[in-house]
Design a protein around this ligand. Structure first.
Ligand SMILES: NC(=O)c1ccc[n+]([C@@H]2O[C@H](COP(=O)([O-])OP(=O)(O)OC[C@H]3O[C@@H](n4cnc5c(N)ncnc54)[C@H](OP(=O)(O)O)[C@@H]3O)[C@@H](O)[C@H]2O)c1
Length: 273
C-alpha cells in the first residue's frame, strides 16, 4: 500500500494545546495538512496562538475549537463545530487524555468518572462519528493515542491503564473490520514522555530512575509515520516492544503486572498503609 499523503488533508487533533498532541499538530501541518485543534476552553488563548503560529510557519489553515470533552455533549459539539470549518474529515487524532495517580480508593470517584469520559467515551464517540463520514468517502486515518499502560494492569493508575486497554482493544478490533477499505485505525503506544501529564507523578517514583523520558516531538513523529503507513500498533523503543510483546508471553500475568506496581508504588504508600 502507498503511504497516505498528508498534503491538503483535513485533520482534527484533540488535546493539541500541549505535549504529544501539540507536536502531532506540528508534524501534520508541516506536511501540509489543515488542522482543527482542540483543548479545554480554559486554554483558548494557548490554542489560538498555536493555531496562528502553525498557519504562519507552514502555510496551512488551522482552526481552534476549545471544547471540554468530558461534558455530556462535548465530543458531539467538537465534531459538529469542526465540520463547520472543514468540508470533510480525513484524519482524526484522538489524543486528549488525563491521568490520575494514587491508590484507587483514595481518589474521589468524580475524578475516575472524568478520566473515563475523556480517555474512553470521547475516543469512542469521535471515532464513531468520524467513521460515519469516512466510510462513504472510502478513505481516512484515525490515530488513537494509547500507551504502554494498555498491555498490563497498572496499579496506582488503575483506571488510566484500564482506559488505555479499552482503546487498544477497540482500535485493533475495528481496524480489522475495515481491512478491505482504505481506512486505518492506528494506535501509538508511548512509554513515559516528558509532558505536563507526568506532573501527576511524585518525583520519588522508581519510574523516574528506571525509565528514560521520551521527548514529545520524537513520539509525535512516530505517530504521524504510523498514520502515513497505516501501521496498526506503534511502540517506540525496542525495550518497550519487548515488554509489550514478549514479557506477557514468557512470564505469568501476575509477574508482568508487578512491573508497573513496583515502578509506581513509592509515592502512594502514604495512602495505602
Ligand atoms: N506523557 C506520557 O508519559 C504519556 C505516555 C503514554 C501515553 N500518553 C498519552 O498521550 C496523550 C497526550 O498526553 P500528554 O502526555 O501529551 O499530556 P498533556 O501534555 O497533559 O496533554 C493533554 C492534552 O489533553 C487535553 N485535555 C485534557 N482534558 C481535556 C478535556 N476534558 N477536553 C479537552 N481536552 C482535554 C489537554 O488540554 P488542556 O491543555 O486544555 O488541559 C492537553 O491538550 C494522552 O492520551 C496520554 O494518555 C502520555
Amino acid at each position: 500500500m502507498n503511504p497516505y499523503t498528508l498534503k491538503n488533508r483535513y485533520a482534527l487533533v484533540t488535546g493539541a494545546s500541549s505535549g504529544i498532541g501539540r507536536e502531532i499538530a506540528r508534524c501534520l501541518a508541516k506536511e501540509g495538512a489543515h488542522c482543527v485543534l482542540n483543548a479545554l476552553p480554559s486554554e483558548t488563548a494557548v490554542l489560538d496562538s498555536w493555531a496562528r503560529e502553525l498557519e504562519a510557519r507552514y502555510h496551512v489553515k488551522t482552526w481552534a475549537v476549545p471544547v471540554d470533552l468530558a461534558a455530556d455533549d462535548g465530543p458531539q459539539e467538537l465534531y459538529d463545530n469542526a465540520r463547520k470549518w472543514i468540508p470533510h474529515l480525513d484524519i482524526l487524532v484522538n489524543n486528549a487524555g488525563i491521568l490520575t495517580y494514587g491508590s484507587f480508593h483514595s481518589i474521589p470517584y468524580a475524578q475516575h468518572e472524568r478520566l473515563l469520559r475523556v480517555n474512553v467515551r470521547a475516543y469512542m464517540m469521535l471515532m464513531h462519528r468520524a467513521l460515519a463520514d469516512m466510510i462513504p468517502r472510502g478513505q481516512g486515518r484515525i490515530l488513537n493515542i494509547s500507551s504502554m499502560a494498555a498491555f498490563q494492569a497498572t496499579s496506582y493508575q488503575a483506571p488510566y491503564g484500564a482506559s488505555k486497554a479499552f482503546v487498544q482493544s477497540l482500535s485493533e478490533a475495528v481496524n480489522l473490520e475495515l481491512r478491505e477499505k482504505d481506512i486505518r485505525i492506528c494506535t501509538l503506544n508511548p512509554n513515559v514522555t516528558d509532558t505536563p501529564m507526568i506532573n501527576a507523578y511524585p518525583r520519588q517514583l522508581w519510574l523516574f530512575t528506571m525509565i528514560r523520558l521520551n521527548s514529545p516531538a520524537a513520539i509525535a513523529q512516530r505517530g504521524v509515520a504510523a498514520l502515513k503507513n497505516g501501521k496498526s500498533i506503534t511502540i517506540p523503543g525496542w525495550d518497550n516492544w519487548l515488554l509489550a510483546h514478549v514479557a506477557p508471553r514468557l512470564l505469568p500475568r501476575g509477574w508482568v503486572n508487578h512491573v508497573p506496581y513496583l515502578l509506581l508504588k513509592q509515592g502512594a504508600t502514604r495512602d495505602t498503609h
